[in-house]
Design a protein around this ligand. Sequence first.
Ligand code: ZN
Length: 683
Amino acid sequence: MKKQLITAAVAVSLLTACGSKSNTSESSQTNKFDYTVEQFADLQILRYRVPGFEELTLRQKQLVYYLTEAALQGRDILFDQNGKYNLTIRRTLEAIYTGYQGDRTTPDFKAFEVYLKRVWFSNGIHHHYGSEKFVPGFSQDFFRQAVLGLAPSALPLAEGQTAEQLCDEISPVIFDPTVLPKRVNQADGEDLILTSACNYYDGVTQQEAEAFYNRLKDPKDESPVSYGLNSRLVKKDGRLQEEVWKVGGLYSPAIEKIVYWLQKAEGVAETPEQQKTIAKLIEFYQTGDLKAFDNYSILWVQDTVARVDFVNGFIENYGDPLGLKASWESLVNFKDLEATRRTETISANAQWFEDHSPVDPQFKKQQVKGVSAKVITAAILAGDLYPSTAIGINLPNSNWIRSQYGSKSVTIGNITDAYNKAAHGNGFNEEFVYSPDELKLIDQYADLTDELHTDLHECLGHGSGRMAPGADPDALKAYGSTIEEARADLFGLYYVADPKLVELGLLDSPDAYKAQYYTYLMNGLMTQLVRIEPGNNIEEAHMRNRQLIARWVYEHGKDGNVVEMVKRDGKTYVKVNDYAKVRDLFAQLLAEVQRIKSTGDFEAARTLVETYAVKVDPALHTEVLERYKRLNLAPYKGFVNPRYEAVTDEQGNITDITVSYDEDYAEQMLRYSRDYSPLPSRN
Ligand code: ZN
């Protein structure tokens, strides 16, 4: 499972998941680093830093290097998984992009350039998030002339194919809106396989595929493998069969390269456990045996000592309408020691926080244990995590392995940091924040207090409190998740203002919390509405919880004028007049929400949610959407990777690995297509 930044999220206050940041003292260096690369269509390209890489040992750096090489070799696999024409189309477009002799300033060429950049971003011709096919902004005629103007040797021609025939083959796929319109179709009642463009099945109906896999399942098996995870299901000679992705099977040329680099990594593993883990993954790639994959996952989840870690393989199944087949992805990372220390500090004091919380003593836990989240630094993003990435990961996905061996839950600190840094100065806060005073507070403290709030929410909030004897834990039904998120958020909001955080060295100013209070209220009262379509209510539990808290505090503080909504030049702003009172109100609401949860008071939960969390003020909504639109911010973001290079001595021994950040987007994509492209165009 991955935790995604699913939003138009552009300001810290919109970030929904854990995040972290290390080396806050490096501000002088940070200032010089440009986090933004370019913007086109609905996408913004950013870059991220890898703080701490230089301090790794040479052996750790080598391990990272070999694992990043293994990561980059899988890119073609994902293109082919996402659609059977994707590699042919990508290579044709790249041939035009690099070889076109005509005028590069015409509207056709400019639109063509945007189209190619979108194909790179989505690893195919369908939108990475919505999965609908892009509409090209250039003409079919331009495309054909451009292809025919190239030397045939530059084109990905099939055996005996002419350039004309190549155009005939792929033009409808690019231009005809009725051909392969969706990568993943989830519309109820249609054959989801026949109507989805993803390349996980060939010549097979949904019914046939479901019957095929249902036959394999044994209901008595308590440790079932993930059937279908690593293969394409095809019908050949009237018979259903799996083409397994392994050495000697489908995608072999890419998997052989992955194995080659994994073997190098195995040689410099940090611990014997990690070495065994990598060896088991190699065995899986060599045999395609799903039992080997489960054994690998078990070793991997238990391997928590080594600082360097990685994901590499067929992991997530969002790209298959039946949710069986996994797309290829890789992430190489190492533990962020400083940020992890922060979550450990919070967890180590879990009992103090529980004892001092403003909830009724009968609903407090006698013995509470905090969860310590691991914060990691990403070194490379690849496959289905590139360029668009998750900010948190929780693996493995196999349910029986999770319940028997647990899972690794991580947040990717340097990626969250890059989102935050890139959002500074994008105009969002300048547009919506009331005055320079609040802006200054936010600038100074919001990144850190937002992270602390998330840590408190995740490490303590969800685990705090206890049920009253005999109360039904499912009593709140559909309101349960909103109430649960509100409980965790309120726990974090109450404590982010506590002097204890300054005492523990987690904050250096007793005023820092005001940045979190302001952005939280502004988000809950107003700015999160940018993610809601006009006319819709709020459905998602996290968004409901935020509006619930912000509206409740606003309404209950009206008498004392605690929080105001003020109008200036026709624009609405949130103004906080009394931060100490806001904290009191958070405390009152936390006590009430905990009571509702502990006693299973369904009626009270329903009233709270329906009164404060669901409905949207249409006039304010329209205003917020218009103001947001004028900022011209791209709703989706992705990253270019850093570039690693091995420094060798005269004997060819690696003496160092350097990291650099100067590559631009097209440059990186073309390099990957040149140096890491082992698969044929048609697989
Ligand atoms: Zn939560």
